[in-house]
Write a protein that binds this ligand. Structure first.
Ligand code: BG6
Length: 472
């Protein structure tokens, strides 16, 4: 539990992210006893609301999207900690007053934490306003994704931030890094002697990072049209997961060491080759409200990425994500090379048997890990069949107390721990490697909703195959 008293200012407090994730997440943290004993939460947005109207808005959000009902003493206490201030970049006075009032209630000098859950266009004016009013001093700031739209804009945003905040005050959030099972990649690799010795090009033939989604754009055309799946998912979540899968063992889990190693992975990724990228768009996307009937925005991306370093040279990483696909999954699959000598004939009657070993890490909430290998089928003949060993969080641990990605990360920001947040240099490098694709994107190929994307994704990964085993 953070020891420091906090005043949390939630910018974008009436927006979609606050409604679905942040307000329910803050209440969940409060109920779990993980907020500082003394804290105030100030909602801020363009809307004009009273404190009570904001409390009602928060209650509805928690009732619809939260894990626990907003009732009883726990809710009352949480609701009492909420207040609201309308804010425009040209008139910051109501916010300055609201923060002062919250601080007065707490007494002393509470830590200020700003969460910028606002559209990208509002980042710069909000940060400038925090700098001009002096509110930035000694504060922590959580900045939402997408962090820029290309290298130039990401650099400009970092400059704006650094004019007001020291890098040690900045928490660029990527909620995938707060997911238990993404974090567990570090434990799996570096807490065990079993996996790390084979975690390299000598044993691994290819890696898949696959995050299909079933939802479409859910009315988010204003956000999605200029963004697309590459900026929304790949340059953010999937590359961050790749960083954890591919990094060298860090000297320690301290933020500097962890982020140094992640950045080194990004430095080893050569610029993306647009001929090794498939961009897709689901049939019907152009008919969605707010979407250009000629739109070239991709709702699907598959890309082949290399990591040119000692450990990974020659091992392709295949990344795939898209909307309106067959299943919602988040899966990393490591495909292992075949043994040096094949002593066992493959069974011609059973062509589905996959000759290679695989390690599948599914980062559903909370997810599972499964090793796929070959074993002898019982009986007189030496026949092989596919066998599996599966770890499920719920079998080994009590998952009742798990935190959602956002909750974990907001807590870390209050504790001042930047380990699971992205750093300026890492983000800029990811935009740099993306530049050839952003400048010369291949045309979008149409795909049927509910499918696995355009047919050409299979050619992209050949001679391997996309591998998405059923959940246990
Ligand atoms: C968000 C994207 O960051 O992540 C969404 O903006 C996407 O488009 C979502 O649907 C996926 O997150 P999760 O946790 O549901 O896998």
């Amino acid at each position: 539990v953070p020891a420091e008293d906090h005043v949390i200012v939630l910018f974008g407090a009436t927006g979609d992210l606050a409604k679905r994730m942040l307000l329910p997440g803050l209440f969940h943290l409060a109920r779990a006893g993980l907020l500082p004993a003394r804290n105030r939460i100030v909602g801020a947005s363009l809307s004009v609301l009273t404190d009570d109207e904001f409390r009602r808005h928060a209650k509805e959000a928690v009732a619809e999207f939260g894990l626990a009902e907003p009732t009883g003493e726990a809710w009352q206490e949480f609701a009492n900690s909420l207040s609201y201030s309308p804010v425009t970049p040209t008139d910051p006075r109501p916010l300055v007053d609201a923060v002062a009032a919250a601080e007065k209630t707490l007494g002393g000098r509470p830590r200020r934490l700003y969460h910028l859950a606002v559209p990208p266009a509002a980042f710069t004016p909000t940060i400038d306003m925090l700098a001009d009013t002096g509110l930035a001093r000694d504060a922590h700031i959580i900045v939402e994704k997408p962090f820029g739209t290309d290298l130039t804009s990401a650099r400009a945003l970092n400059e704006t931030i650094h004019a007001a905040f020291d890098e040690s005050q900045v928490f660029r959030i990527d909620h995938f890094l707060g997911k238990e099972s993404v974090d567990n990649i570090l434990a799996l690799r570096f807490a065990n002697g079993l996996f790390e010795p084979i975690w390299n090009r000598d044993h691994i033939s290819h890696v898949q990072i696959d995050v299909p989604e079933t939802i479409g754009i859910e009315g988010r055309a204003a956000f999605f049209e200029p963004t697309g799946t590459f900026r929304d998912m790949i340059v953010t979540h999937l590359f961050q997961v790749l960083g954890f899968v591919a990094m060298e063992p860090p000297t320690s889990l301290a933020a500097k060491h962890l982020r140094d190693e992640k950045t080194k992975v990004f430095e080893a990724i050569p610029s993306l080759d647009p001929t090794r990228v498939v961009r897709g768009q689901y049939h019907g996307y152009r008919d969605e409200p707010g979407v250009d009937p000629q739109s070239q925005t991709e709702t699907f991306i598959a890309a082949r990425v290399e990591v040119d370093n000692w450990r990974w040279s020659g091992v392709p990483f295949y990344l795939r994500s898209g909307k309106s696909l067959g299943q919602k999954r988040r899966v990393v699959t490591l495909g292992f090379k075949e043994p040096s000598l094949r002593m066992f004939a493959l069974d011609p009657d059973n062509p589905t048997v996959q000759p290679s070993n695989k390690l599948v890490i599914d980062f559903d909430d909370p997810g599972w890990i499964r090793a796929h290998f070959l074993a002898k089928e019982p009986g007189a003949a030496m026949r092989l069949g596919e066998a599996t060993m599966t770890f499920r969080y719920a079998d080994s641990f009590c998952v009742q107390h798990q935190l959602a990605g956002y909750e974990r990360l907001i807590l870390d920001a209050m504790l001042g721990d930047q380990s699971l947040f992205t750093r300026a240099d890492g983000i800029e490098r990811l935009w740099e490697v993306s530049t050839p694709l952003l400048e010369d994107p291949p045309p979008v190929e149409q795909y049927t909703p509910g499918s696995w994307g355009p047919d050409s994704v299979d050619r992209l990964i050949s001679p391997h195959h996309w591998y998405l085993p059923e959940s246990p």
